[in-house]
Design a protein around this ligand. Sequence first.
Ligand code: CA
Length: 229
Amino acid sequence: MLVVEDEKPIAEILKYHLERSGYVVNIAFNGEDALERVARDNPDLILLDIMLPKIDGLTVCRQIRAHSTVPILMLTAKHEETDKVQGLEFGADDYVTKPFSPREVVARVRALLRRTHAGNNGSNGNDNNGALQCGEVTIDLAVREVRKNNQPVPLTVREFELLKYLVLRRGQPFTREALLEDVWGYEYYGDIRTVDVTVRRLREKVEDDPSNPQYILTKRGVGYMFRQF
Ligand code: CA
């Protein structure tokens, strides 16, 4: 995995703790170097600081997302609320707030990788065999693959998790708060914009016309639901 952090002591601490947990870690100290390494090394996860020399972390995130769904964990400064939302908007999967404990970061990394690989070992239970067909969209939960008109739709970890949650309960509306709690979990209290941002990204990928959605519907006064097909 790749740690992108210009503050050397922080980068070294992260590397030390991640390596102790069994991960192979490279460090990039600026945004330009990060983009080069992502293209060259194809890391399985990226820890990305926002305040970086040369190219800032948000731009790096957006550029990576133009061609990759690799899990991205943002490292944000404490009071930069807008950075968090922007990071998620640009496609980060999760974030931790500085100052963080290395243990927390390792836990987040582990959780993200677990989600990414959840479908790849075929141990997904007996109710998910075969793909779900919803209109022109096919969702294969076992291999975490979404296709539209037989074209692959690349989704980030969070986009897939949210889609999966709604599809498995299609026809049933959920509040943003409920989605935040069930899909994102413990850390996201209060920040329901995260749900809106992810729904918007999903719609851009899945809908013919994102402003007139046919799959992920807005239920006025409630929240979101996946249409019953
Ligand atoms: Ca920094």
